[in-house]
Design a protein around this ligand. Structure first.
Ligand code: FAD
Ligand code: DLZ
Ligand code: SF4
Length: 526
């Protein structure tokens, strides 16, 4: 009797995965380590190590449960090093009659797999139901709406799941407590120290293999501490519930010159590869509120990120692709500033955000949005270049979540589908929320002159150059009012300052120096 091959992708490491749930007895489950997935953008070495270690551990967990597993290792002589060809090779080897796989996390794979649905060895795609919302649910919600605002989607999600609901009313009397969640960094804060995960022989071998094959990628594995098993992910979850959640809300928007994680959960990678489910994380946070261990502003703020934003960006991705990836409504053409690959800049906030990224394959949301994102927006970096960078450098990056955040939220390249206005800000905002500026050679108070913070002139330059698309936006009326009241000499001086800065900003097409020497070139020159 012919059997399907059950393909489990690197970010589908959940025993509850639909592919496994309906598995015919005796069917082979395949996991494939392939170089193509590490290289299509040059992923940070922590991310490559994470996938290799977590996939190997998950294969073992499946075997322990009695599944028959085929695991392709990166070093296997017959490994074809590409997901589709490797799955088909394995399926042929076991005489399977189809390849069964749950919806992958990226359109390029979805498309490649869809194209094989009518092949001699057909692929069967099934829904990945490890989310609160399916793409169809989202499409139904979006149907007929002029604007797809997160806030309305999120309220529906709360009602649908009953999370933080008291009957028909939101717990605490409000849907959203963001107003209480804007405290800046303070010198007296004590951040929780992090659990250190033991690296057993499986993890060590996987990390060594990652290092041998991909040593030129960003980062070093010396400080690798990502959870690679469900058990380790649960340690991180419980640590956050005990020590981070209560202060998560207040300091959600704060930025520190020294602390990469603050009170953030660091759960995104574990959630995205399937070691934790969004349901269990939200329910555990809700329990902390119900037990009186964490205030409503913290718990609501946290749950909104997962039940709201995470589901919303996924819905947006699957309902808008493939056109979404080509959007560039502000017509940006600049390549990525070269220092995004090595942190070599005298702008302190950017230097710290990028160095933390290099160190940990992590930066918290406000660093991604208001530091590296904001700077790229003000400079007019083209979406493709910025998206490739975010996709490569963060351990939690998968296109369904990275693309709407970068192209939509940061670059406003989707014409306002994701956010009603661009998150543009001057140095004043960074100065208010962080302790960077006191260590910087620039002054956030100056707009022109040699000490002026580059964010300031770039901010006004951005507003000027994009006025045609943005000045009718009701949420930008005030700021365009200030711009129009400004004296011509001041505007000229700011424009000149910004233009000089942009003219001398080194950019790079592709992926940074060590990678260029290994032949990593931008896609259009490959
Ligand atoms: P916390 O601050 O503790 O938040 C809790 C959880 O909420 C996160 O683990 C995550 O699952 C979810 N979440 C929070 N914000 C968002 C959001 N905007 N969209 C979706 N989920 C969210 N997140 C990714 O998981 N993968 C990405 O590739 C990614 N790329 C991003 C790119 C840009 C330009 C920006 C601005 C944001 C991006 N985010 C991405 C969202 C967010 O920055 C990260 O989820 C968060 O920083 C992860 O750290 P954490 O687990 O400590 O999050
Ligand atoms: C990111 C990544 C890496 C580095 N390696 C693998 C791999 O070897 N095998 C695999 O199945 N997936 C890997 N991934 C994740 C994929 O790039 C892709 O995002 C998901 O498989 C989509 O569901
Ligand atoms: Fe960043 Fe400007 Fe502050 Fe320097 S002065 S840290 S460049 S915001």
């Amino acid at each position: 009797m012919s059997m399907p091959l059950l393909l489990v992708l690197g970010d589908q490491l959940s025993l509850s995965l639909a592919t496994l749930r309906d598995a015919p007895t005796g069917a082979v489950v395949a996991l494939c380590e392939v170089a193509e997935e590490a290289r299509y953008v040059p992923h940070h070495i922590h991310k490559v190590g994470l996938f290799m270690a977590a996939m190997r551990h998950f294969a073992q967990a499946l075997r322990d449960k009695g599944y028959k597993v085929h695991y392709s290792r990166i070093d296997d002589a017959d490994n074809t090093q590409s997901l589709v060809t490797e799955a088909e090779r394995i399926a042929a080897q076991y005489g399977c009659n189809e390849v069964r796989v749950a919806r992958p996390g990226e359109w390029r794979l979805w498309e490649a797999m869809q194209q094989r649905q009518k092949a001699a060895l057909p692929w069967r795609m099934i829904e990945d139901d490890r989310f609160f919302t399916s793409p169809d649910d989202f499409a139904n919600w979006a149907k007929g709406r002029k604007q797809l605002r997160l806030e309305y989607f999120y309220r529906e999600q709360r009602k649908r799941t009953g999370l933080l609901m008291e009957g028909d009313a939101p717990a605490g009397g409000k849907w959203n407590f963001d107003h209480d969640n804007r405290e800046p960094i303070e010198a007296t804060l004590n951040f929780p120290s992090l659990p250190t995960h033991h690296q057993d022989a499986v993890t060590q071998e996987a990390l060594n293999d990652a290092k041998r094959h991909f040593s030129e990628h960003m980062g070093s594995l010396d400080n690798f501490n990502l959870p690679v098993t469900r058990k380790q992910a649960l340690v991180d979850l419980n640590h956050f519930l005990d020590q981070g959640l209560a202060d998560f809300g207040r300091y959600q928007d704060a930025i520190s010159d020294t602390e990469p994680f603050l009170y953030h959960s660091r759960l995104s990678a574990a959630l995205n590869i399937g070691l934790l489910t969004p349901q269990e994380v939200c329910e555990a946070a809700e329990q902390q509120y119900l037990a009186g261990h964490a205030p409503i502003n913290a718990v609501e703020g946290f749950i909104r990120q997962i039940l709201g934003w995470r589901e919303y960006v996924r819905g947006l991705y699957w309902t808008q692709m493939p056109g979404y990836k080509r959007e560039n409504r502000l017509g940006f053409e600049r390549e990525l500033p070269a220092f995004y690959w090595d942190g070599n800049t005298d702008m302190r906030c950017l230097q710290r955000a990028i160095q933390m990224t290099i160190d940990n394959s992590y930066a918290h949301h406000i660093q991604r949005l208001m530091v590296t994102g904001n700077f790229a927006l003000l400079c007019g970096v083209k979406p493709e270049a910025l998206c490739d960078w975010y996709l490569a450098v963060y351990a939690d990056a998968c296109e369904w979540v990275e693309l709407p955040n970068t192209l939509g939220m940061v670059l406003h390249a989707d014409g306002g589908l994701m956010g009603s206005k661009p998150y543009c800000a001057s140095g004043k905002y960074i100065d208010k929320m962080s302790d960077h500026c006191q260590h910087c050679r620039y002054s956030p108070k100056q707009v022109t002159g040699p000490k002026a913070c580059p964010f300031n002139s770039l901010y006004w330059h951005f507003l000027e150059t994009n006025a045609e698309q943005l000045n009718r936006n009701p949420r930008m009326k005030l700021i365009y009012g200030s711009l129009s009241r400004m004296k011509d000499e001041k505007r000229d001086a700011m424009r000149q300052q910004a233009e000089q800065f942009l003219a001398s900003l080194p950019t790079i097409q592709g992926y940074g120096q060590p990678l260029h020497t290994q032949g990593y070139l931008p896609k259009d020159t490959q």
